[in-house]
Design a protein around this ligand. Sequence first.
Ligand SMILES: Cc1cc2nc3c(=O)[nH]c(=O)nc-3n(C[C@H](O)[C@H](O)[C@H](O)COP(=O)(O)O)c2cc1C
Length: 359
Amino acid sequence: MKEILLRPVQLGDIRLANRIIMAPMTRDRAGPGDVPTDLMIEYYAQRASAGLIVTEGVQPSPAGKGYWRTPGIHSAAQVEGWRKVADAVHARGGRIVMQLMHCGRVVVPANRGYEADVIAPSAIACPVPVPGPDGTPVPCAEPRAIDAAEIPALIAEYAQAARNAIAAGMDGVELHCASGYLINQFLNPASNRRVDDYGGSAENRIRFPIAVLRGLADAIGAGRVGVRISPGNPYNGMDPADPAATFVPFLKAASALGLAYCHVVDMGLAEFDTLAMVRTHFAGPVIANNNLKPDTAAGLLADGRAEAVSFGRAFIANPDLVERIAASAPLAKPDYSLLYTGEERGYIDYPAITAGEPA
Ligand SMILES: Cc1cc2nc3c(=O)[nH]c(=O)nc-3n(C[C@H](O)[C@H](O)[C@H](O)COP(=O)(O)O)c2cc1C
């Protein structure tokens, strides 16, 4: 059964050697100037046998940064840093796309190391505390509401970030529309109380997200743009009620753009089948995620519910996850105390095993 995970697949313009994708994971190890470091190059290179790596969330602009030591893609030094990451992954035969993540209102200003506005669809603070520089959760900053006149510049910022990612050698970008960050803040009525064309009805709440996707597609080609959603996820103060009311029109509009893929964090909702909703309304390839094990993942592919699957936590402690799945080898467990601290520890020091040997 697991053989189905090892078959090649085409996602838009991107050809994958297998269907086992590394999910995006923030690891808080960028260097000064939010530039990728040598450790990050090594970390991603170690995981290059994934069919595709989706990078950690990367801020498209200074205002997009909310967490401690997250990398950016808006300066020349950041582009140079990411070029080394992309080159190292490609040298090992892998593929890599960059996740564009603008935090919107999910910001602790002390995490930034510089001054920048905190912006959101509406002036409503994220109700959930976020770790500050020492890891202790602190309240998020009060955002200011984005003026409608600023929206074209915001879209242009995303498009420039995508061009920068391609200039750095990335195979594409994934727009983070999940987990309560800026795009999700526009989609969700709890954070979007606007009374203009960008708020109110579902048609209005999807307007900015779809405009950003169109801007990315125009900048680098739709076949190199993926989208990530997590319908019904309450994370960061999102209202989980009635996700279909927003996501059905969103998926239809995203589908019309001819994107490379839709990456779905399936929350396992009781009220409806999220993967089935995506399949019905999104015409392109689907990547399924969340709490998958190799056998459940293979089952999703065998049943035609997704074209590929992604694993997050399993890739932390198993840099050679693909080889381990192929060999039915045991999987190592990550040390969760080192997710966001420890530099090389808990990051690049998880060993690969030779196929067939116990971990
Ligand atoms: C340490 C860590 C950091 C994460 N950072 C991101 C992120 O930057 N962007 C994102 O879309 N999801 C992020 N996620 C969510 C994962 O991509 C994934 O959806 C989640 O871990 C569930 O998949 P899993 O059960 O295979 O781990 C993160 C998860 C973890 C564990």
